[in-house]
Design a protein around this ligand. Structure first.
Ligand SMILES: Cc1cc2nc3c(=O)[nH]c(=O)nc-3n(C[C@H](O)[C@H](O)[C@H](O)COP(=O)(O)OP(=O)(O)OC[C@H]3O[C@@H](n4cnc5c(N)ncnc54)[C@H](O)[C@@H]3O)c2cc1C
Length: 501
């Protein structure tokens, strides 16, 4: 029987990210993915957030993603609310979605890129890793686990034996069903209808200037749209409250209504969807772990689903590598749910809150009127939009405050993401971290006993100086602080044991 260390079910963005994290750490993986090629029909995620960009930077891929993104870095950091794409502006947010730098808070700004661009990049990277094999055109259909491993059936034929399985196979996850886990939570009632359309020259007709999102507030087509690929003249649009049948029948008319003028748009693809707010009842069953959409679903407002899944993949990736390489203990695998569930839960709640006010909820009389009543209506709309939508576009605390405080594998008082800083020589503090743990020490810190303890347990540890401060920071492979202190701990070995589970 074919053997692998980790079988990754699903080569979507989350499965591929897990394979990058594992494969770069020398873990042998098999990624099983039914789709031979990445489709461009459903761009879905456009917001690759700051935290995902930090991981891409760690993998050496941040610039490669930016080079391929149809919207260049710096294209715009604005979201505009307007009565229609060519109509009156109601309100505007700038510096949205982590697209603008904030001093040294993070080393990479976010990037707008269609999901398929990220997936194609990750596919290419995974195919280039010696440790990873990709079985395209294949799917997981069965799974049985015992004390020593998991036997996975592919396409009801071939079987593969793996030490661990990652179920990254999306909302309809076969793996989730096979281990008896289930989503818990709610479905929204309102349908939404997404489209990609081509309308060359449309961007030049927009009086509001470039923006990454335009929310159109009118009763005919309350919608959200944005440029997909300016060179190709393509756009994405979500029309709210539109079911599949209506969308397929009236797509072009809905686009014209959102634009506020005839466009002669060519609809290239359609994507009907309904928001879901769900978390699995268990994300781990023995040697099988669920990650990404297979484990949690949230409304897309704020752009969190894929990004949260990448966070899952990173968390599982380094921990499984540590266990398979002999320096991580069982507690590390137990910590996956303990650390990720609170993050996933926060994201589901925040995204649900973002969904409470959509374009249709902002429609009011007189928004386009050239009268004092129109001015008053627009002032009121502006205020409502600022009050109701600001949190959606300025959510860096949610994105970056991915702390794992309270985790069983960090010391008391630790768990935050390492605060980022630019070093005096211009490098990012993140770029000096090792692949394993890193001990960052301020001047005069006697690190000998800690370094010895890591060496005695065979746990990879890099050291680097901190230019300022009076505390040393022990940083995990995922850039979280596992311990901090002005002096080495009294019992360094027990610290090493705690942080390696
Ligand atoms: C309109 C919309 C906009 C969105 N915008 C954003 C955004 O801006 N930011 C963001 O972060 N997220 C966004 N999302 C969410 C994002 O699209 C998902 O969270 C993301 O695709 C999840 O990735 P995944 O790899 O977990 O799952 P998927 O992308 O669903 O991938 C799962 C993979 O598993 C494969 N598979 C299925 N069955 C099997 C099987 N039996 N065996 C093996 N493989 C299998 C599938 O072929 C697929 O490739 C948006 C979603 C929607 C609907």
């Amino acid at each position: 029987m074919r053997r692998t260390q980790v079988l990754v079910a699903g080569g979507g963005p989350v499965g591929l990210a897990a394979a990058v994290e594992l494969g770069r750490r020398g873990v042998e993986c098999l990624v099983v993915e039914p789709r031979a090629t990445v489709s461009h029909a459903r761009p879905r995620c456009k917001t690759v957030n700051v935290r995902t960009m930090e991981h891409l930077r760690r993998w050496g891929l941040a610039d490669r993603l930016r080079d391929r993104a149809p919207l260049p870095r710096g294209f715009s950091t604005d979201v505009v609310f307007c009565t229609s794409l060519v109509g009156r502006e109601l309100s505007r947010f700038t510096g949205v979605l982590g697209l603008a730098a904030q001093g040294g808070r993070f080393p990479e700004v976010g990037q707008q890129a269609p999901q398929y661009v990220l997936e194609e990049l990750l596919r290419e990277v995974v195919l280039g890793l010696d440790t990873v094999t990709v079985a395209l055109g294949s799917r997981v259909s069965g799974l049985v686990q015992d004390a020593d491993g998991v036997t996975v059936r592919l396409d009801d034929a071939e079987s593969v034996r793996a030490d661990h399985v990652l179920g990254c196979d999306g909302p309809r996850s076969a793996v989730r069903g096979l281990v008896g886990a289930d989503y818990v939570g709610e479905h929204a009632l309102r349908p939404n209808f997404g489209m990609v359309f081509r309308a060359p020259g449309l961007a030049e007709r927009v009086p509001h200037g470039p923006a990454v999102q335009y929310w159109t507030v009118n009763p005919q087509a309350p919608a959200l749209l944005g440029p997909l690929d300016p060179a190709a003249g393509t756009w994405w649009v979500i029309t709210f409250g539109v079911d599949r049948a209506t969308g397929e029948r009236d797509g072009a008319a809905l686009i014209d209504a959102a634009v506020g003028s005839p466009t002669d748009a060519e609809v290239l693809s359609t994507d009907p969807w309904t928001a879901r707010m769900q978390l699995v009842d268990r994300a781990r069953v023995g040697r099988v772990f669920l990650a990404g959409d297979a484990a949690h679903l949230n409304p897309p407002f704020g752009g969190h689903g894929l990004n949260t899944g990448i966070g899952d993949a990173v968390d599982l990736g380094w921990k499984l590598a540590a266990v398979l390489q002999g320096w991580g203990g069982p507690g590390l695998l137990d910590s996956y749910e303990a650390e990720r569930r609170p993050v996933q839960d926060r994201v589901v709640k925040a995204a649900s809150e973002n969904m409470r006010t959509l374009s249709g909820d902002l429609v009011a009389d007189d928004l386009e009127a050239d009268t004092p009543a129109g001015d008053a209506a627009r002032r009121l709309a502006h205020q409502r939009i600022q009050d109701m939508k600001s949190a959606e576009f300025h959510a860096l605390d949610l994105v970056l405050d991915v702390g794992v405080a309270g985790s069983p594998v960090v010391a008391d008082g630790a768990g935050d993401r390492l605060p980022h800083a630019w070093l005096p020589d211009g490098r990012s503090l993140y770029d000096v971290l090792g692949a394993g743990f890193t001990l960052l020490t301020p001047p005069g810190f006697a690190s000998g006993s800690l370094v010895d303890a890591f060496a005695r347990r065979g746990v990879p540890l890099a050291t680097a100086p901190l230019p300022s401060g009076d505390e040393a920071l022990l940083v995990r492979p995922d850039q979280h602080v596992a311990w901090r202190g002005g002096h080495p701990p009294a019992d360094p070995l027990s610290l090493v044991e705690r942080v390696t589970g």
